[in-house]
Design a binder for this molecule. Sequence first.
Ligand SMILES: [Zn+2]
Length: 52
Amino acid sequence: MSFTDPAKSQPVSCPQCGTDVEQTPGRGKVKRFCNPSHGRSWRTRMRSAGWL
Ligand SMILES: [Zn+2]
């Protein structure tokens, strides 16, 4: 485990359900959702609220 990427050293919780999201060490983008379906429903909610 390295802490060279500050974005990944922060704990992330899923905006949809509040569960801690485990980050994959190394390269790749920061995961924000505990599973893809939560990401999808979150985006749907934001869009229906007029945020997108
Ligand atoms: Zn979730």
